[in-house]
Design a binder for this molecule. Structure first.
Ligand SMILES: [Zn+2]
Length: 199
């Protein structure tokens, strides 16, 4: 993992290292997060200083605070089915970048994602429901073709989400160019509990 963390701004590297260590605590069944009580919340009642933004699927099995061993006030989490980006999701992340100055954005795809399954089944049709979600996933199939493995589909989609954000958000693009934020593309494995960085 060490080599993967090269070429990352120091502040983001520190936070990413901390979160990956937290993930190891989760895997080992030895969580250490302490900031989970009312006292913590009260100390943060009037402000927040999260050190990372996480874009995660809404999937009930993917809970960023638990899998990264974090407590209250640490992560600014944006959750949407299939990490399907659109204007509201983009602006939520922009808020974390511009107003909260988080140095790290984690895009967290995962195994067995229902959105990838559904998109693979429906493509290229556009059914009556879930259109905005499908529209943010279909471009991956447009470019690569249908996937035999939905987990590989999810990984490729996570990479696509980064490009979407860079192409559609001046705030995020400039923050990346100025080393104000690092975008870590990650994937969560349900069998091992491990979060791995993908490229
Ligand atoms: Zn999902």
């Amino acid at each position: 993992m060490g080599a993967v963390l090269n070429n990352i701004p120091d502040i983001a590297k520190e936070e990413l290292t901390k979160l990956l260590k937290g993930n190891k605590n989760f895997i080992a069944g030895k969580p250490t997060a302490k900031n989970m009580c009312l006292k913590t919340l009260q100390s943060l009642a009037l402000y927040q200083e999260p050190y990372a933004c996480v874009l995660s699927c809404s999937d009930s099995r993917v809970v960023p605070e638990i899998i990264f061993d974090c407590g209250i006030g640490e992560l600014f989490v944006v959750r949407v089915a299939g990490i399907a980006v659109g204007p509201n999701v983009k602006e939520s992340i922009e808020y974390a970048v511009k107003k909260l100055h988080v140095p790290l954005l984690i895009l967290l795809g995962h195994d067995d994602c229902g959105v990838m399954k559904y998109a693979n089944e429906q493509y290229p049709n556009m059914p009556e429901h879930f259109q905005s979600i499908l529209k943010s996933v279909y471009p991956v199939i447009d470019g690569i073709g249908k996937f035999d493995c939905n987990n590989e589909f999810a990984r490729k989609h996570t990479l696509w989400v980064e490009q979407y954000l860079l192409n559609n958000s001046t705030i995020i693009k400039e923050a990346v160019e100025n080393d104000k934020i690092y975008i870590a593309k990650c994937h969560f494995n349900h069998n091992t509990g491990e979060v791995t960085i993908i490229n």
